[in-house]
Design a protein around this ligand. Structure first.
Ligand SMILES: [Zn+2]
Length: 147
């Protein structure tokens, strides 16, 4: 009896979660290269991203779902080859342990669509906040505050 009750309880939840996956089309409009980075957790070649040396005033949002992620005042010049931010907009980012390539790193994803952004590193002393969100330019989109 108990097993049946459990199945009946979870069955609607399973249906619901499948529905969410089916209706989420955040990644449909992305280019092949954007999908390689955002969906398949790839990394763009160092120094090639359009926001690597971009320091205008505004907000960087998720390329896939437009979730606001970083303010331009948290962007700093790290010379690492990718856009670097020492802070993120509260609640905008999810962190996951990543053991690929035999190295332990912390992957960062958009908290809304779960698209891959890059990795986060702490303790490098680049800025006072001592944190570097290392982000692919292809994962983000810049919005001018005046628009
Ligand atoms: Zn997103």
């Amino acid at each position: 009896m108990k097993k049946i009750t459990l199945v009946l309880f979870f069955f609607p939840l399973i249906l619901l979660s499948q529905e969410i996956v089916k209706t989420s089309n955040y990644f449909d409009e992305l280019t092949v290269e954007e999908k390689r980075i955002i969906v398949n957790k790839g990394t763009e070649k160092a120094g090639t991203g359009i926001y690597n040396n971009h320091f205008n005033e505004g907000t960087y949002i998720c390329k896939a779902c437009n979730n606001p992620l970083f303010k331009s005042n948290s962007k700093f010049k790290s010379d690492c080859g990718w856009p670097a931010f020492d802070d993120a907009i509260k609640g905008s980012i999810s962190r996951y342990a990543d053991f690929s390539f035999g190295i332990k790193r912390i992957e960062i994803c958009c908290s809304n669509c779960n698209g891959h952004l890059g990795h986060v590193f702490e303790g490098e002393r680049f800025t006072e906040k001592n944190i570097r969100h290392c982000v692919n330019s292809l994962s983000i989109k810049f919005i001018n505050n005046k628009q």
